[in-house]
Design a binder for this molecule. Sequence first.
Ligand code: HEC
Length: 136
Amino acid sequence: MKKAEVALAALSVALLAWSGAGCAQGVVDFGSREYGASCASCHGPAGKGDGVLVRHLVSKPTDLTTLTRRNGGVFPSQRVWETIDGRGSVEIGAHGSREMPIWGLIYRSEDTQPQDLHARNRIASLLDYLARIQQK
Ligand code: HEC
């Protein structure tokens, strides 16, 4: 009887460990995925400004890993957010216009529609990713 209990306990521990490992593998890095889909073609796979489209562009894409360093050590969240949702005061030609951004309307948010929540979530995950790739 005792042996069976021990075996059962061992089995549940093994199962727990197994399911834990499964969860860890299933974690999706949404920010990284957003970046890969919308920004990497110009800003490069690691944000260094060396994307595949660079040779077709008039101005060189910014190295996005130095945003913090160039902003006095603070990640410029508001500026980057507004650059993505099109409210940015400085127009970036390669990003297209507010009406027709290069990445389409997926980050468009007017604060009135339910789908705006998705746009804001996407921008937030993108900002999270960009903050994580900043050079120290
Ligand atoms: C079609 C190419 C292209 C794509 C796609 C693109 N960018 Fe850019 N981006 C540029 C270029 C070129 C510049 C530099 C413009 C300049 O200096 O005039 C720039 C500048 C920036 C800047 C300004 C950096 C600063 O110093 O303020 C930010 C922030 C930025 N991009 C973020 C993004 C993000 C986030 C995405 C994805 C959602 C993205 N870009 C997608 C080409 C692109």
